[in-house]
Design a protein around this ligand. Structure first.
Ligand code: NAP
Length: 283
């Protein structure tokens, strides 16, 4: 165990509220495993203090930070430079402090795409359920890397999905928008279906974003961004129908690993972190 001392590097997650965050467990597990002299803390940051806090990161000698709801957009104008992904989706989840400069990145896309990398998906029909922040990252990643045909955005507020489709129409692929009542046809025809809503998340584990489980079939991939519980009702029902399933824990860990690499120049021991979190969720 590395005990914090006068040389300890500090990394924080900035959110409001932030007490639910798993990022301290993820990063401190990895840092301890690799014997790196950093500590990762959660800071509850009120929205009216974002600018002061972000500007203070360099002054206080922080190595970097993660940013979560509701500050991912608000920190963006305070960055000295941005990655292409952060600029494209208009949100920062990772800040790197270096030479008195703040670099803003968004590792959610890398995390989201990680479990898809060995699958043959180019040009395939795909559907996203939900049109919020996570759907934005997912849509950008899928349009950029797979040119889905079509990518259907399903939302209870269709105007929210239309806005997302408008923002990303320049990235290619073919975009469709619909509500939940008319989405069945798209779900049945999709090779990849992603739940980007919080439906089914603990403690509402009896809920599912897609009640018509007969729409799932072998040959489909059902990806739930919800990571608690470890196997959501959606994942259980899709697996029962013979679909390949992906739970949200991999994305959570891979987006963290992509940030960790930038702060420490080391690869996160993802298997160790995965085992720690999986145990946390099954107890
Ligand atoms: P968000 O910005 O609040 O967006 C949620 C979306 O789901 C919105 O379109 C919302 O519609 C819709 N929605 C919520 N409740 C609904 C319902 N009962 N019926 C239909 N649509 C509903 O949240 P987010 O940041 O995108 O996160 C979404 C989920 O993904 C959360 O569970 C989050 O934990 C998970 N997530 C996981 C990871 C990971 O690493 N695995 C990363 C990011 C997010 P309205 O706007 O109309 O409410």
């Amino acid at each position: 165990m590395v005990f914090p001392d006068a040389k300890t590097g500090i990394i924080a997650i900035l959110g409001h509220p932030v007490h639910y965050s798993l990022s301290p467990v993820i990063h401190n597990t990895a840092l301890q495993k690799q014997g790196l002299n950093y500590v990762y803390v959660a800071i509850d940051l009120a929205p009216d203090r974002v600018s002061q806090a972000v500007r203070g990161l360099n002054a206080l000698g922080f190595a970097g930070a993660n940013v979560t709801i509701p500050h991912k957009q608000a920190v963006l104008p305070h960055m000295d430079s941005l990655s292409d992904t952060a600029r494209a989706i208009g949100a920062v989840n990772t800040i790197v402090c270096k030479e008195n400069q703040l670099y803003g990145d968004n590792t959610d896309i890398e995390g989201f795409l990680a479990p898809l990398k060995d699958l043959e998906l180019h040009g395939a029909p795909m559907t996203l359920l939900g049109a919020g922040g996570a759907a934005r990252a997912a849509a950008y990643g899928l349009l950029r890397d797979y040119s889905p045909n079509p990518l259907t955005l399903v939302a209870r507020r269709v105007d929210q999905a239309e806005k997302l489709a408008d923002d990303f129409s320049a990235f290619g692929g073919h975009l469709e928008v619909c509500d939940f009542d008319t989405a069945s046809r798209y779900i049945r025809e999709s090779r990849l279906i992603v739940n980007c809503t919080p439906i089914g998340m603990y403690p509402n584990v009896q809920e599912t974003p897609w009640e018509q489980k007969e729409d799932f079939a072998p040959g489909q991939i059902v990806y739930d961004l919800v990571y608690r519980p470890y196997r959501t009702r959606l994942i259980q029902e899709a697996a029962h129908r013979g679909s390949v399933t992906i739970g949200g824990l991999t994305m959570l860990i891979e987006q963290a690993a992509a940030a960790y690499r930038q702060w420490t120049d080391r690869d996160m021991p993802v298997d160790v972190v995965h085992d720690t979190l999986a145990k946390l969720f099954t107890t």
